[in-house]
Write a protein that binds this ligand. Structure first.
Ligand SMILES: Cc1ncc(COP(=O)(O)O)c(C=O)c1O
Length: 411
């Protein structure tokens, strides 16, 4: 891509995000906490305000105009989501986030597990893809095996040995929220397929950052959160293959998920309504539609190219800071824009606070992946994660600040 064109596109994209004009401690905000949650373009804010001020009503309930309009907009978003990730819209379920989606999957598939059956996860999973499985495994007397790491990748050879006939479900992340590693889902799915296991993917860190098409990936169930790709909080997606969704028991029961209710028993609605009990975050879902529409104007070519360019620049600049230990690949190949790091003799929270004083937002802590931290022997770490609205100049400023902090504070 031509440099001038790239710069102009990046500037244009950035101008849609009002919060990026904010100052933090008298410095321009540098928002490097995108893996935790992304910022919202004004299109999302406007869509939600307009919905609440002009068209608000509950969905699937009334025959009146507002309810019909709201239901139509809501269902349009389902189609948009299907188009964005490559999946039939009647296999797109609205949830409250990835955590909700993965709980729905774990508890919804529990009835397929018998004593001694095995669930395979990996050592680089977020707590959301560990804890629900632990509870289900306890309930069903099933076992959990973890695909180990081979440095910063999954150990695919070990996975081949782990995924045997006893395995009923395999659930791994597409992109690690700590290491930034992009996992080879096809490789794992092929192993799962061989033994007839259900393949589940946590896509919280991949959708909107790397190109993917679920029609082309041999994945049964896939989950992600709207708030990590420019949408509002409280909206998530569970999608995938309709026949596997059909196998799942609902996690929640009540209104809107039924076809008939009698005093003695009830008949559930078909998928996806079956998994959408009660009133969901309607305005959030409408806002998410606006986020997807906004991203679609730049997707995939511009956004993916920008993210790849930022990633390459970050990798190069981080090499200048010798005192830094970066978890994950040192080059842009095979990694996404999540850079977790530590500095010897400095606590991660101190690093985050010192960066905050310079206007830079990074996360510090265990990143909801405690077992991975323990496995790597590194407790708390700091994490800088980028999005397409970040700039090369922000990366240069971040690295300059890191050098200053190390010079001034490291013992
Ligand atoms: C890989 C991964 N999985 C799951 C989650 C949970 O997402 P949410 O908090 O939106 O439910 C996150 C959030 O950081 C994540 O990074």
């Amino acid at each position: 891509m031509d440099k001038e064109y790239l710069a102009q596109r990046m500037k244009e994209l950035r101008s849609h995000f009002p919060i990026l004009n904010r100052k933090i401690r008298k410095q321009p905000l540098v928002y490097f906490d995108n893996a935790a949650s992304s910022q919202k373009p004004k299109e999302v804010l406007d869509a939600m305000t307009s919905f609440y001020s002009q068209s608000y009503a509950n969905v699937h309930r009334g025959a009146h105009t507002l309810s019909m309009e709201a239901s139509e907009e809501y269902e349009k978003v389902r189609k948009l989501v299907g188009g964005f990730v490559g999946c039939d819209s009647d296999a797109v379920v609205f949830t409250s986030g990835t955590t909700h989606s993965l709980n729905q999957v774990a508890f919804g598939l529990a009835h397929l597990l018998d004593e001694g059956d095995v669930i395979v996860l990996s050592e680089m999973e977020h707590h959301a893809n560990i804890v629900p499985w632990q509870i289900v495994a306890q309930m069903k007397k099933a076992k959990i095996r973890y695909i180990p790491l081979k440095e910063y990748d999954l150990d695919y050879e070990a996975a081949r040995d782990l995924i045997d006939e006893k395995v009923k479900i395999v659930s791994v992340c597409h992109v690690s929220n700590v290491l930034g590693t992009v996992n080879d889902i096809d490789k794992i799915a092929t192993l799962a397929r061989k033994v007839g296991a259900i393949m589940v993917v946590d896509g919280a860190q991949s959708v909107g950052h790397i190109e993917l098409n679920l029609y082309e990936m041999d994945v049964d169930l896939f989950s992600f959160s709207a708030h990590k790709l420019c949408g509002p909080t409280g909206v998530g997606i569970l999608c995938g293959k309709k026949n596997i969704l059909d196998l799942m028991a609902p996690l929640m029961y009540g209104g809107d998920m039924i076809e008939e209710v009698h005093f003695e028993k009830s008949k559930f609605a078909p998928v996806p309504q079956r998994f959408e009990a009660g009133t969901l975050n309607i305005a959030g879902i409408i806002g998410f539609g606006a986020a997807l529409n906004f991203m679609r104007d730049f997707w995939p070519d511009d956004l993916v190219y920008i993210e790849r360019s930022l990633c390459a620049h970050m990798c190069e600049k981080l090499k200048e800071v010798k005192e830094l230990t970066v978890l994950g690949h040192k080059e842009a190949t095979g990694r996404a824009n999540v850079f977790t790091f530590s500095i010897e003799h400095m606590h991660a929270h101190d690093i985050a606070l010192l960066l905050d004083a310079k206007g830079i937002a990074v996360r510090s802590g265990h990143h909801c992946a405690m077992p991975l931290g323990l496995r790597l022997g590194c407790g708390n770490t700091a994490r800088a994660s980028l999005s397409f609205y970040n700039t090369f100049e922000e990366i240069d400023y971040f690295v300059k600040c890191l050098k200053e902090i190390i010079e001034k504070y490291r013992k």
